[in-house]
Design a protein around this ligand. Structure first.
Ligand SMILES: [Zn+2]
Length: 478
């Protein structure tokens, strides 16, 4: 008799384009004739206790084995995690990705501040009845699409159809239906919000930087006259206009939860609080109120650097007058000139361009051989500033190349640690050769910085060098 081994149970049901992992599991569980959902989960995932419908489902490792699809591809193409990419730092995104790769997703809500942002971890699932009906005809079954589960997407842009919502229990598997609603008028705000979300999915911001983002928004607020002449944001005017703008969408619970009562008010703290991670939906509401489209926002954002820019103020006006007199041959680099004026180089550059002053613009885009050389220099451990001056490009351009090479970042970090370790080890060794009768506390007092660093990072070596501990009963003698 043919014996079924575990490997023969591997499923090769293909994932559909843009299909959620939840959806694929549902199709497997229902399509393969298991006696119950629990039995299906036991066979497919090795456990009945997986969070199937969670935004951050913890089944990526198992699904990768079953589908033979790389885990990163599963996350990037079949979950909503990538929508966070535009609004969190690279480090945070990588941490979130690692959590999903390993199936250890418990810490994700804290990492991405979903609870603080009133984001449900098991939101209702959404489908477009038209898409479902077409899928049924084309493939023989409807399925859940990632696109329809994205924050801010309550509409199928293809069919101009409001999405239907289905509440789902945490460990339940349901498939989309084909219920259509009556013809309706779609508010333009609903379209705009969905377009921002899809824009962020297909063209995410790279290397999100909070300062840069804040500068960009403040400048936009200034253009829209939400900032006073002294640079203060007119909070209540902005908030009022923001709430009025989103009024037509208050029937959507997720939006009304954010905007009613004390809400809306996240925009108040936005300009001041740097540590807060806002949910993608909060960002989309904020951005779609201020910009025409996701692309117009990203183009505007691209003009800003990661350095904080002071808003237009008396001091900027003073700078403006002086920048108009800037001459590279006389004043040196714009960076050093800006430093003398006590304004940022970005402000100086902006003012210079506005006034048609000639400035020496270093290339921001580098190609082929130059990039390779910079990569090599980075790998050799040269500082980014030195490389920039050697290659006649901006520091930001070098940093960009560095950020694209995480292994070099790691290598540079290790090198720095190694140099620091050697420096501190030398300091301790030197002390001990001077006087061998020293007790541990004497060494600690004489070289506190080195001692503390080694204690934290290299304690094994430190204890090998140090004299033996003074016996407890003799400590009072000293
Ligand atoms: Zn549709």
């Amino acid at each position: 008799m043919l014996k079924l081994s575990n490997t023969t149970l591997t499923f090769h049901l293909p994932l559909m384009p843009d299909e959620t992992l939840y959806s694929w599991l549902g199709r497997c569980a229902y399509g393969k004739g298991y006696p119950s959902l629990r039995a299906a989960m036991q066979v497919l995932l090795g456990s009945e206790h997986k969070q199937l419908s969670s935004l951050f489902c913890n089944v990526v490792p198992e699904l990768s084995k079953l589908t033979l699809i790389n885990r990163c591809v599963l996350i990037e193409d079949h979950t909503i995690l990538p929508i966070f990419r535009s609004f969190i730092t690279d480090g945070l995104y990588q941490a979130a990705q690692t959590a999903m790769l390993s199936g250890e997703t418990d810490g994700l809500s804290k990492l991405l501040s979903t609870t603080a942002n009133r984001m449900k971890l098991n939101p209702p699932l959404r489908y477009c009845p038209h898409c479902s009906a077409l899928d049924e005809i084309k493939f023989g079954f409807p399925y859940w699409r990632v696109e329809h589960q994205l924050p801010g997407v309550y509409l199928c842009l293809k069919h101009q159809q409001t999405l239907q919502e289905v509440d789902v229990a945490r460990r339940d598997l349901v498939m989309p239906g084909c219920i259509t609603s009556d013809a309706e008028t779609i508010p333009v705000e609903l379209q705009k919000l969905a377009q921002f979300s899809l824009g962020a999915r297909h063209q995410p911001l790279s290397h999100f930087d909070h300062h840069r983002y804040q500068n960009c928004i403040r400048e936009r607020l200034r253009q829209k006259e939400y900032v006073t002449a002294s640079g203060r944001v007119r909070q209540s005017k902005w908030q009022q206009s923001f709430l009025t703008f989103w009024q037509p969408l208050l029937h959507i619970t997720e939006i009304s939860d954010l905007l009613q009562n004390e809400a809306g008010l996240y925009i108040q703290s936005f300009c001041y609080d740097e540590s807060k991670t806002l949910s993608p939906l909060k960002h989309f509401l904020l951005l779609a109120h201020l910009f025409e489209s996701w692309n117009s926002f990203t183009a505007f954002y691209a003009q800003f650097d990661s350095v904080p820019v002071k808003t237009e103020s008396a001091s900027v006006k003073a700078c403006s007058i002086q920048v108009s007199e800037y001459k590279p041959e006389q004043h040196g680099s714009l960076r050093s000139f800006a430093r003398r004026l006590n304004c940022s180089v970005i402000t100086a550059k902006k003012l210079a361009l506005q006034q048609g002053v000639q400035i020496d613009r270093r290339p921001q885009t580098l190609f082929g051989a130059e990039r390779d050389l910079i990569t090599q220099l980075l790998s050799d451990g040269l500082s980014t500033a030195k490389i920039a001056s050697k290659m006649l490009c901006s520091i930001a351009a070098v940093e960009q190349i560095l950020a694209q090479n995480p292994d070099i970042v790691q290598q540079r970090r290790e090198r720095r640690v190694s140099v620091t370790r050697q420096k501190h080890r030398d300091a301790i060794k030197k002390l001990l050769t001077i006087k061998s009768t020293w007790r541990r506390t004497d060494v600690q007092k004489a070289a506190r910085t080195a001692y503390t660093w080694l204690y934290k990072n290299d304690s094994e070596w430190l204890y090998q060098q140090l004299p033996a501990e003074t016996p407890r009963e003799q400590r009072w003698l000293h």
